[in-house]
Write a protein that binds this ligand. Structure first.
Ligand SMILES: *Cc1c(COP(=O)(O)O)cnc(C)c1O
Length: 365
């Protein structure tokens, strides 16, 4: 099967540097909270123009610790999208706050700011947009909404590192930006990892305590915390890939442009809004014949994945919130029709052509 992504191929291109880096770290015998993590944090700060950056153990922890350090808790409502990976709402629910789900824009699959505004109540304390598939959410409207209603903004950038809107990086619009280094993400470690970027120094101090057992050091514990640090090995791997991030994302964009050129007359291709730089964590098409396309691709030996087949409001884990089928018509239609195709920087143009041709054959045949 032609894969969704090929991490072996990527490794082959950076192997010498990765081995030199990991060897240096192994020999330093400094494995947690050291120089590599600090260097990566500096890179994140500079790249995003944010005051603070803190490495943590995963993207889920980045969201969780951001939500917690910003003071959200029981009784608070956080507006977010039902079209995302489950971790987005887990982070809200870990602190006892309530996720208030909001339907999405039919073209970008990101939170619809007009629908979001209607959901604001006295209890609403924050909005948590996800830049799904690497496509920036409508942050101009979202920041205006947040300013008008005094809401915190936490951006889920797990899929959007390097994506921007009118030159401004995703993650830098609000109070916190949360990143994942899960191996399949656009900047992937060789294990789990995450990063939080923040505007406020006091919130950052709180996150630094939370990631390290509620401690500023020397076995003094101010509060209950967690063990959630980014280790040096992962930070070292990420530093090697960091230098190539722009090249990787540019190649994804080239690959996406070719897919779109070859298929825009037969399926709905991703929409890049004016001023947006989409980084195509996924290349996702939409068609009412989605299931037939997926079966046909499989026959041809081409992988494809449905992100996401079940919107969050239909998940058993959220039953107690009381949503039902029909609550979010756009998300429900999108969940029935989307299909993500192979996408990674090293993907060959001929493979893109073969995949596009198979989609065409399926729809014409
Ligand atoms: C991957 C992902 C997460 C979780 O990140 P982990 O590092 O796997 O914990 C959160 N939100 C979204 C949208 C993701 O894609």
């Amino acid at each position: 099967m032609k894969p969704m992504l090929d991490l072996k191929k990527q490794y082959a291109g950076i192997k010498d540097e990765i081995l030199a880096m990991t060897s240096e770290i192994f020999e330093s015998a400094h494995y947690v909270l050291g120089k590599k993590g600090a260097e990566l944090e500096e890179n994140f700060k500079a790249f995003h123009g944010m005051k603070e950056a803190i490495g943590v153990a995963s993207g889920t922890d980045a969201l969780h610790l951001a939500v917690r350090a910003l003071g959200l808790g029981p009784g608070d409502e956080v507006i977010t999208t039902p079209f995302t990976f489950f971790a987005t709402v887990e982070a809200i629910m870990y602190v006892g706050a309530t996720p208030v789900l909001c339907d999405v824009d039919p073209d970008t699959y990101n939170i619809d700011p007009v629908a979001a505004e209607k959901l604001i109540t006295k209890k609403t304390k924050a909005i948590l947009p996800v830049h799904i598939f690497g496509n920036p959410a409508d942050m101009e409207k979202i920041t205006a909404l947040a300013a008008a209603h005094n809401l915190k903004i936490i951006e889920d950038c797990a899929q959007s590192i390097g994506a921007s809107l009118n030159g401004k990086m995703t993650g830098s619009f609000g109070d916190a930006g949360c990143f994942s280094f899960y191996p399949t993400k656009n900047l992937g470690a060789y294990g789990d990892g995450g990063m939080i970027i923040l505007r406020d120094g006091e919130v950052a101090d709180e996150v630094r305590k939370l990631r390290n057992h509620g401690s500023k050091g020397a076995y003094r514990h101010d509060c209950l915390g967690y063990n959630s640090r980014l280790d040096e090995i992962q930070a070292g791997v990420l530093l090697v890939k960091w230098k190539r991030l722009d090249e990787y994302n540019s190649k994804r964009r080239e690959n996406a442009a070719l897919y779109t050129q070859l298929m825009s007359d037969i399926v709905k291709c991703p929409t890049e809004r004016q001023g947006a730089r989409h980084v195509y964590h996924q290349y996702t098409i939409q068609s009412p014949k989605r299931d037939a396309i997926q079966a046909f691709l499989k026959e041809k030996g081409i992988s494809s994945v449905i992100y996401y087949p079940i919107a969050l409001h239909m998940q058993d884990a959220l039953k107690k919130i009381g949503y039902k089928e029909g609550d979010f018509p756009v998300v429900e239609k999108v969940s029935r029709e989307v299909l993500s195709l192979p996408m990674y920087p090293e993907l060959e143009k001929d493979d893109i052509r073969a995949t596009a041709e198979a989609v065409r054959q399926c729809l014409n045949g």
